[in-house]
Design a protein around this ligand. Structure first.
Ligand code: P1T
Length: 382
């Protein structure tokens, strides 16, 4: 775990390249070394240089934790072996019988973790967009609100500040899954969120070659508890994985700009296309949560979802017909992907309040030439 007292005055792009990544003091290496040692010499019992055993702390991980914490504007950053390992750590803050309120659109694996692994917890899935109803129906035993914005896969957006106000007034914490937005587009702690969670597997890593997770937060007591569990339960990432995420993060800002621009080109193709029923993208004025997205995001992201007029058969046909968009799970990397959430990433939500429409496709728009991406999708839709 890294604690970072002072926030740098550097801009986002500079922090992404340099924070936690000073040249190695011994060799001058410009790139953060991959520290494979599992244990660190002590010159007397307890006389160590900040590292004792690699599950508790590792120099490559410390560099990653410093960098991403800084990008989220956080005092504390904790890296994990996967997004779900990071989420699991947050859920361990709760006690048996506590309730988690989660949006009725969220990553299927998050729902599975809450409902099938943390079985001592109670949960309620609600439409977080209707805040009047949220207040009216608030279950008194709620201890945590789990907020994805934009959501996976419907890209619904919620006003973080408003939901934080409601939750804090009723004694609940708010955890925001910032995987889709990334800290370049949105910094939930600045709107009062208690914890930010990431699947670093996605935009932070950015190249589909590493699985990782991250937590960012400001509160000292929560950080103590989460750091304890990070070490005690041991869901930590390998040094090489930390290096890969750190390398990805260096280019996060430039990648996100291209992801957003390419997503807009795809949205332009899809809006009004005769085969398309509805386009889901936070920039569209009629999109659920457009105003919240416009308020709290720098741009609208690289994910685009849409439904097909021809039902699930049409969706499956289009998913199989693209050539540049690879049919695959996951998202947030340089290459474009297409998937059918109902049968792939969200299959575990079938029959639950989080079930997704079967004529839905989700695109992770990469950083290839926009014209090539548009041409590929156009031929697949025809
Ligand atoms: O896969 P992992 O690194 O454990 O992260 C889980 C996770 C958490 N939060 C969100 C918003 C996610 O999208 C994910 C993983 N999602 C996919 C693999 C997917 O294709 O949607």
């Amino acid at each position: 775990m890294g604690e970072f007292e002072e926030q740098s005055t550097w801009g986002f792009e500079t922090r992404a390249v340099h924070t936690g990544q000073d040249p190695d003091p011994v060799t001058g290496a410009v790139v953060t070394p991959i520290s494979l040692s599992t244990t660190f010499a002590q010159d007397g019992v307890g006389g160590h240089k900040g590292f004792e055993y690699s599950r508790s702390g590792n120099p490559t991980r410390a560099a990653l934790e410093a960098c991403v914490a800084s990008l989220e504007g956080a005092h504390y950053g904790l890296a994990f072996a996967s997004g779900l390992a990071a989420e699991d750590n947050v859920l361990r803050l709760l006690r048996s019988g506590d309730r988690v309120l989660l949006g009725n659109d969220a990553y299927g694996g998050t729902f599975r973790l809450i409902s099938k692994v943390h079985t001592s917890l109670a949960w309620t899935a609600v439409d977080l967009i209707d805040t009047n109803r949220l207040v009216a129906d608030w279950p008194d035993d709620t201890k945590l609100v789990w907020l994805e914005t934009p959501t996976n896969p419907l890209l619904r957006c919620f006003d973080i500040e408003q939901i934080v106000d409601i939750a804090h007034a009723r004694g609940a914490l708010v955890c925001v899954d910032n995987t889709f937005a990334t800290p370049f587009l949105q910094q939930p702690l600045s709107f009062g969120a208690d914890v930010v969670v990431h699947s670093a597997t996605k935009y932070l890593g950015g190249h589909s070659d590493v699985v990782g997770g991250f937590l960012a937060l400001d509160d000292d007591e929560l950080a103590d508890r989460l750091t304890f569990t990070q070490n005690a339960a041991g869901g930590v990432p390998a040094p090489f994985d930390c290096y890969l995420v750190l390398r990805g993060v260096k280019t996060l800002a430039v990648r996100m700009e291209r992801h957003c621009a390419n997503a807009r080109a795809i949205v332009d193709l899809l809006v009004g296309h005769p085969a398309v029923e509805r386009v889901l993208y936070p920039q569209l004025p009629d999109h659920p949560g457009h105003a919240a997205a416009a308020k709290q995001m720098r741009d609208f992201g690289g994910m685009v979802s849409f439904t097909l007029k021809g039902g699930s058969d049409a969706a499956l046909r289009v998913a199989a017909a693209t050539t540049l968009f690879t049919l695959a799970e996951s998202l947030g990397a340089v290459e474009s992907l297409i998937e059918h959430p109902g049968r792939m990433t969200h299959a575990s939500a079938a029959g639950s309040p989080l079930e997704v429409p079967d004529n839905l496709l989700r695109l992770s728009v990469g950083i290839e030439s926009a014209a090539d991406l548009v041409a590929d999708l156009e031929q697949a839709l025809s």
